[in-house]
Each structure stands twice: as C-alpha cells, then as structure tokens.
Design a protein around this ligand. Structure first.
Ligand code: SF4
Length: 344
C-alpha cells in the first residue's frame, strides 16, 4: 500500500467512525502520522485524554507499545490498538520483571522499607509490580514530586528503569550522590555489597534510553554554543547528568514545548530530544524563534508507525483484531501505581 492509498483509507474510516474513533499521536511521531492525530502529547497526557473521551470506543495509539498498554490500563472500557505491536522501547525492555523481583528480594532483605517507583516508560508488568507493593509511576515532569513522596513513605526508593532520570532527579532534589547507588542487573547482587544498600536512599536500576544517552553529550553542547554564541540549551532528563549540567536546563517533552511557547520574539533555543518534535516546533515558530535540534536523533521504534500500518489497523478496529489486552489482575495493579501518581 502506498502512502497515498493509506491516506485515502484513513480519511474514509475517520469519517465513517466519527467520535467513536480517537487517534493519539506521540510528539516523537513523523508529521505524516501527526496529521491524523486527534490529540498530540506525551504518553501520559495521551492516555488520560483517551480515557476522558466519552464517546470513543476505539483508541489507536501512534507511539510505542508501553504507551498503548498505559492507555488500555487507564481506559478499561475502550478498545486500544497500536499500528505496529513490535514498536517497543529498549529502555522499557531493560527492566524485565523477573530480574526486578530478584533485585527486590535482595534489597528488601537488607531493609524492608523500600518503595518502588517506575518511570512511565516501562512495561505494564513493571507498573503492576510497583502497584502491588505500594509504589507509584512517575513521568519525567513529576519525578521529583513522586520520589519525595516515596522517601516520605519509606527509607529507600528503588527507581526504575531509567538511571539518568533517577540520578538527575536526585541531584535536582539536593540528595547527596553518596546515598544514590546503581543496581546493575547484569552483575551478581547488582554489583553492590550489603553496606552499599544499607546506606542508600535511592537505588537506581541500570537502564537508559539509547535515543538520549549516550547520543547527547557535553561536546554537542559545546559545539552548538560555538556555532550559536549565547543560545539557551535544554535537554531531556533521560540524558546523562554531565550533559544536563552542561545544558543548565532539563525538562520533559511538555516542559520543553511550554518553554518554547514562552520564549519572547527572537528567542533562541537548542533542544536535546528526539528530532521530530524539535523540528516540528521549529517549523511552527519559524520567523519568530530560532529552535534547533541539539543533534538530529530519531527513535527507530517510534518510526515503525507508518501511514500504511495505521490504515491497516483502522480497517480492523471494528473486528477487534489486534486489540491490546492485559490480564485483569495485572492491569488492576498497574492502575494502582498510575492512580498513586495522579494523587501525589
Ligand atoms: S525515545 Fe527512548 S524511551 Fe522513548 S520510546 Fe524511544 S527508546 Fe523508548
């Protein structure tokens, strides 16, 4: 199927289904896909938007699989689809629950007062793990608030799966590096000794997003400042702490877009995140602002969503084929962790 044929099919099915269909588009999607999105946002904004559209029966999530799972958890009465179920997330895959369970047993063996927190970029199974143990989900926008809540509730936090977001959050909260330890799941006992775990307030899971780390570096920031003297630089908190420090500003995708909107005319900002979002913002504000990608980096998994795949998915929604389904017990525990975050 060509893009042109797919375009016509998508238009026709959108017209036929009307309010019964909602298409969600993550910021990291290509413009050709975003053109059809009823809502554009980050993963959680989109999942919440979908759950609030009363008439929607079918939600098609143009993003990666954990995002479609989150939408299915938050919108239990609706049928959720993703145009390519193989659009995964290497970061989410770095924290398989069987390994997390082993780590949990060792960490709670040293001190039972541990609260698990998972970044929303994680599997439904990991969210359920946290929900079943009194923990919560966080996003890159509210990680500080969620970690503060968890530290008030227990003596330690097990923060998964993104070590960079965890370390950057701890530093922004003024938590001493000496009480932040890294659990390396490839190593025996996480590569830690009992005394490391005993002193820790935050145990970071060794996972990272390959689109942000090690893609964006201090050298990229030095280069952009050489070429564009005086330019502001903002990076995503999934980049490593040295890069965040060199940039001087870090924020989630939504915070980046709000910062861009708030820039005065003539403002200049180099943005360190997936390039589809940055280039779209640059086009939107062309002539008013100078928005440049710190580096042109794309997420291969997000790119798996194409117009022909979206068209084929829409042709099947009425039959329920390819629906994202989760066992009810797992969805219920994952919902507890998401709801805990929404209450914080
Ligand atoms: S950008 Fe990173 S965290 Fe987001 S889907 Fe791609 S690999 Fe996963």
């Amino acid at each position: 199927m060509t893009d042109r044929e797919a375009h016509a099919i998508i238009m026709r099915i959108k017209r036929e289904l009307g309010d019964r269909l909602v298409i969600l588009g993550h910021h990291y999607q290509k413009d050709t896909v975003i053109e059809f999105a009823d809502f554009v946002g980050d993963s959680l904004e989109l999942a919440r938007a979908a759950s609030q559209v009363e008439k929607a029966e079918y939600i098609v999530f143009c993003g990666v699989f954990f995002m479609a799972e989150t939408a299915a958890i938050l919108a239990p009465g609706k049928s959720v689809f993703i145009p390519d179920s193989k659009a995964g997330c290497p970061l989410a895959d770095m924290a398989p629950v069987d390994r997390v369970e082993k780590a949990w047993d060792i960490i709670t063996g040293v001190d039972p007062s541990v609260v698990p927190v998972t970044y929303v970029n994680s599997s439904a199974a990991l969210k359920a793990f946290c929900g079943a143990r009194g923990g919560a989900v966080c996003t890159s926008a509210n990680a500080g608030k969620v970690v503060a809540w968890a530290l008030a509730k227990g003596k330690k936090v097990l923060f998964m799966p993104d070590m960079n977001l965890g370390r950057n959050t701890a530093r922004a909260m003024g938590i001493d590096d000496g009480v932040v330890v890294l659990w390396d799941h490839e190593k025996h006992d996480g590569g830690l000794e009992g005394k490391d775990l005993a002193r820790a307030r935050i145990v970071l899971w060794k996972g990272w997003c390959p689109v942000h780390c090690p893609e964006f570096t201090v050298k990229d920031i030095e280069r952009v400042r050489r070429i564009h003297p005086g330019i502001r630089v903002m990076v995503h908190p999934e980049t490593d702490p040295a890069t965040v420090k060199a940039a001087g500003e870090a924020g989630s995708t939504s915070q980046m877009l709000s910062s861009i909107e708030a820039l005065p005319d003539g403002g200049r900002l180099a943005v360190g995140t997936e390039a589809n979002m940055v280039l779209r913002a640059a086009r939107k504000h062309a002539g008013r602002l100078e928005i440049i990608p710190l580096k042109e980096v794309y997420c291969d998994d997000m790119a798996r969503i194409t117009l022909p795949k979206l068209a084929v998915t829409l042709m099947k929604v009425g039959k329920g084929e390819g629906r994202v389904e989760l066992p009810e017990g797992l969805a219920g525990d994952a919902r507890k962790a998401l709801e805990a975050m929404l209450r914080i």
